[in-house]
Structures are given as C-alpha cells and as structure tokens.
Design a protein around this ligand. Sequence first.
Ligand code: ZN
Length: 347
Amino acid sequence: MTRPNRPQMQYPFSDDLEYASPEMVAEGVYRCRIPLEFGPPYINSWLLEEEDGWTVVDTGMGTEVSSNAWRKVFKNFLGDKPVNRLIATHMHPDHLGLAGWICHKWNIPLHMSQTEYLMARTLIADTHHDVPDEATTFIHAAGYTGEQEDMYRAEFGKFGSVIRTLPHAFHRLKDGDRLTIGGVDWNVVIGRGHSPEHVCLHCPEKNLFIAGDQLLPEISSNISVWPTEPEANPLKDWLESCAKLKDYLPEDVLVLPAHGNPFRGARERLAYLIADHEENLAKLLELCQTPVRVPDCFVTLFKRELPDDKINLATGETIAHLNYLIHDGSIIRETDDKGVNHYRRAE
Ligand SMILES: [Zn+2]
C-alpha cells in the first residue's frame, strides 16, 4: 500500500495565544482558547459576531478553570452585546461542559444535533451509577486483567461530573441546515465516527470550516466502540465522513479545529487520516493470522506498550478497528470459555 507523505498544511496564525483572549481569524470570527483541566490543554471555542450579539461555538468543561476563562471573556471582550446563541458541535465534555451554564446565564437556546443531545442526556443520567453488567462483560471480553477491571469500576460513570446541568430543551441542528450568523450563511455538515452526529459549520462566503473534533491538524480523533453498542462500526462511519469532507471542502478552506491551530490543507489531511487507518487495518489483519485478544493489538496499533490509564481509550479504538474487519468479513470473533474474545482471520 502506498501511503501519502505527511500532509503539508499551512498554519496562518501563531500558536502563541493567551487563554480567554479572543483573536480574530476572519472578519467577525474569533478564536478563543479555553483551558481544560485534563485531556488536551485547551479547546478552541469560536465567537461569531452578529449585529446584536454573539454566537458561541463549544464551551470547555464544566469546571472552574474553564468557567473562569469565560467570565473573563464576558467581562472584557463582548462589548455591550450579549451572547444570543450557543452551538455545541458534539456531546464530549470539553465541548458541552459549560453549555447549560452559558445558556442559563444568557437565557439563550442550546443548538446541537438530536443524537448528540439525547446521548449526552442519557450518559449524564447514568453518572454515579454502578457499572452495569453489559460494561463488565465488555471489558472482560476485551481481556482486561482483574486490576484493570477494578480501575475501570472506580472510573466508571464520570461523564456527567464535568458537564453542568443541560437545558431541558434544545434547538435541533440537521445536516444541510443553513444558519445565518453575522449576515452570512453557515451550513451544517454532519460528521460521524468520533461521536454519533457531530456538527461542523461551513461558511462558503468566508471560506471557513468550524470542524470541532471532526478534523484536527495534529492528533487523530478518537474512534471508539463503547459498551453501550458493542457491535458498532464507528470506523466505517468515520472513514465515510472523511471521504465526504474530502469531496466537499474546498482545498483552500481555512479549517478551524477544536484542538490545535487553524490550518489550510484539509483535503491532504483527510487523505492522510484515511490512509493511516487503512494501514492500521491492514496490519491488524496480518496480526490476526493467529488468534489475538484486544491487548495483543496495542503495540501494532499504538506502536508502544500502554500504561493502565490509557487502556480504556485504547481498547475502544482497537475494537473499532477489529469490528470494522468483522463487518467487512475479513476476520471472525470467538469467545472462549472464560468470556474473553479472540479474533482471527476468516478462512
Ligand atoms: Zn470529542
């Protein structure tokens, strides 16, 4: 397989941007770095200026570190205009964590896709509940050691603890919707795989694409199978979304990602991401010549042994690749008498 070279992307803006100090990336469009307490160091929120107010896209986590940054933005940056619309690209806590707080503070509607909203509400309702049998079966089948299972139990159900109470109503965004913000049209483009119905916003007139986590410049977005849907095939959704965006986006569009710097070179980056996953699938298929369990795939996929605190995401991501190969008929899965899954090449 020929693999494209690392994509050549252009970064027109400096990486040197203070937290909570919005910087203009195009007329009426500002990037605002909001610090995060864990995971990536910050998220890029976007502030879109309108005649009578501001639209905010993505929020940071429901923690003091992120909310204090917003207090500073509200006090120093907005001028005499209120925030009048909030858009969350998807349900992950670094994007949605302060949505309820901001909507309540400004008395404004939350805009997001239906699946993301409902999924977030469900996961938040599960917070602080015991680990269900389905989740225990899932991690056991994935080959967790007893110690790793204990760690999983201790960590389980924290999703909602970094998301402030969500509004009990929302405004639905759908693929193909057109929003007029600041006098120009922004098209809703849905991506899948990283999360189920991820909203991206494309403004043809300004040649901008607010990408959320659907297209990132440096890291590849996490594509995982979770215990709620063990047979899911999110990698197929992801690869289809990458192909769709590669066709759809203009070569010179300025991508505004949730993590990392704004960049040009979307199509090259997407081609690289597709090729990278395809290479990983080919390597896994090779590995499955002899039966393997999920942890046996880590070194092949991640090129190193993983510490226990990385196991959950790595497991989800590995199963995403394995499920892809099951769905396309290349491998089969067998469960041994201890309940652990083994994967091997189909005859
Ligand atoms: Zn995300």
